[in-house]
Design a protein around this ligand. Sequence first.
Ligand SMILES: [Zn+2]
Length: 589
Amino acid sequence: MRDMSAKVTLSLLVGFALAGCGDDDHPITPDGPPTPDAGADGAGNPDAPPGAAGTLDVTRYTLAITLDPAQGSYAAQAILDVNVTAAGASFALDLAADVVVDQVGGLAAGHARQGDVLTLTAAGTVPIGPAQATVMYHGDMNQLARFTPDTCPTAFGGLMITTNSHGDTIIDSYNWPFLARRWIPSHDHPSDGAALDLSVTIDAAYTVVANGVLAGTVDNAGGTRTWHWIESHDMPVYDVHIAAFPYVEHDLGTAAGGIPVKVYLYPEDAAFAAPVGEAVGAIGWLGAQLAPYAWEKYFLVEAPICGGAMEEATVVTMDETTLADPTYSRNTTVHELVHHWIGNAVRIASWNDFWISEGFAENLTGLYLLATYGAAVHDQYMSDAWQNAHDWEAPAYDHPVRPPDPEVNVYDIFDGLSYDKANWLLHSLREHIGDAAFWQGVRGFYAAHAFAAAGTDELQAAFEAAAAQDLDWFFDQFVRTAFHPQLAGSFSFDAGTGTATVTIDQVQQRGLARYQIPVDVELLGAAAGQSVRQTVTLTADPQVIAVTPGFTPTRLVLDPDEKLYIDVKCLAPGDCPAGRTCGGGFCRR
Ligand SMILES: [Zn+2]
């Protein structure tokens, strides 16, 4: 159990990948709800805006950066290929106030600074269409003393230079959620995808790992080397990632489609490689279920990031402590991999749609575990998620998984609702529409929106098309409404007519006063095999139905297959689905 101090909130920031994975060493528990700025405190960015000030649609960042580890500084040139979407004479980019702009060019004849906004001013009106903007700039890397998940600094993030678990200097960038602006003039919002052409020059003792394909290296005079990486797919700018360290490369194999899988570890940590190899099979499984893996490679790098992992496209960061825990490492490897379909390829349209990215990453990791390791592993995984989701639904904290507009600060929804409850809602949806329609819906969503931005409406439409049914009831009542139904069932039996009268009461004090949802009702008798089921759509409260079971019923179980994210009242374990307990008046997983 951990408290929600600022530093723990930050460890959630990077550690959430594991929420619900079944590893009790990494619980996500809301002992107390985070304060509105807790996340911002944790990331050392208390004034961070919820979205981006940038007004340019960037299509490619061509970034040449020279890193000087001895001085802790860098100098860079960014050429932004952009689409001007509204003709004008000035355009905004996101860039932290402490980054020094030396010169601008392209569409920009001049520039102005205010806070974290860089305004580019053109000589005249720039028409709608493609254009280019150039920014030459320099600054200091974010120099941080050695930290661990338990001592995570408030200033965490951006382009960091620090010390790893073995006392060696390491350079690593961390842009999520809107920290790209600390070192890249950018449109710092997840909906805007851009390709990347990245040249990094640094002392030749370092290995530089970054997004995409290594186009080449050049050894320069003075003992530096330039690494040229190209990511040709559009990705959110929070995916842009540099890690520089004398890494040891571990080749973990080639996945379906010829995708190379490698992990870059500190020399002392070779033992951490094996669990990451899970990615080879997972790429094949997800590719068969969803769509072939679209990216060039799946590499992971070791770095100190306060716990957890981050899904930077094709070059995922794994925290030192994550890698040290084989089960955590395995599950996190798969979670970050799922983001390469949902989150990195299909980008979220708004931070309010954050649940889509993390819900799928959690849910499809679970389905991979189910397919690969069996029902018991999946059941434990889902039980952990169920508990986390319930913990985060504390009255003072609860919010809809998909909050209403306007756009929120993602730190305010960086919690077990966006991960674990979102996972459960997707689980519940799959149980309702069935495996085939679920996967068809996911495939349809991906096919329609890969390398573009999409939100909750688009996801609902994809599932409705796949299931050939209206799903307003589900999205309105479960996704767009906080909390969940709580049901109490009771029955009486008339032996003379053989009729059981089943009454279902809605007892929730929050969420909707009355839900209209389909609920499976099961009556069981004392003898083996005596069971009758019926699906009831709740339209009244209480709802009373008559059932003719053909035996004398002794037990009533609501939602026996646990299809729904609901609570069921109980007096004894017999009122609950098989294998569950009764505690605090409700069935518990
Ligand atoms: Zn994630």
